[in-house]
Design a protein. Sequence first.
Length: 392
Amino acid sequence: MNKKKKKNAPVIKRAFRFVLRNPVVLGYIALVIFIYCALAVVYTFETQTGSGIATKMDTFWFMCVAVCAGYFEFVCESIPGRAAAISLLIVGTMVFGYIRGQVASMFVDMAEKKNKGLGKLKNLEGHFIICGWRNGFEKILDTVMASNPDITPDMIVLVNEAPEHIEALKSDDRFKEINYVAGDFTDESTLRRAHIESAARALVICDHSKKYSNLEVDSRTVLAVLTIENMSRGIYVVAELLSGKFEKHLRMAHCDEIILTQDYERSLLATASNGVGYSSVISSFISDDASSGILIYDIEKDFTGTTFGELKKYETEKHGDRGVLVGILLNSGNFHIRRQEALREAQKNPNMTTIISNLQKVKNLKSNEPVLAPSADFVVPKHSKAIFVRGK
């Protein structure tokens, strides 16, 4: 027992020293003592008058109303009682004014952090993350929303280092419900704040929020895709590159779709130079309207393993409003899921030579590979989608 007392003694001493050296704690103690003394004065003098304060409970209620609400439930008649009551009123006004100010400041600070992308987002699931920023971002965002009518603004999360631009963007009623996370989208902690683990899709655009060179922009895109794929294997990732130099790196990172901006621009200019109207045709295919241009639909499971000719006949008869079936998109969906399924299929064959051959095919598996205008006897494989062309 004596040993326990000796062990507890230093703890008590440290606590006592902390109280004596901490001005905030001393202030709270002084406040409690002051209120208690004021209560004692009110109870001692007012119980002898006709003010209505007759019991200790009346005195306590008088203190609560004076300190918290800022008015008197009873009117004190004695001079000491009135002095104590005024003191309680002044202290209550100061203390609760400070508390109200701190609470209001806390809510304002939370709102400012949310607007600047520094706050914590609510738990999101199945949302769409857009990483990066560049000039004309408002038009990109508007087009993304028009092309994805199933996504509401509150399901979009922007991640970049351009808070001043996003603040101006969110002043538009169309974008005010969009979530924002400020920070480097190549950093794990920033992506974790955007709930990358539960996101359904991610789009990484060429980031010009700072003065990066083209090499740095593409390097950051590759790094972001690697980080995203490492943190969330079930997410569908689309990335934009300025140059095809890094395309191989994104393929190795298992990026589901790669957009080569400069290559597309060069191809468009080259086709336009022929003078036969290619650019107009391509522009009509790449439409902002989600119901026209090039459309991609799921293929019913019954048609997996059938021929393209049978599928085309069925689609023409049953879904003529979809447009004209022009091809098949192979290995659609998330790359990691497709690759794991392909590996399991490859290892089922008892022949080792066949297994090695199948594993080599899995290694060379290309995500979202289009096959345009295949022959009528082309066999529709699993995990494929139908490519349609439809006018407005």
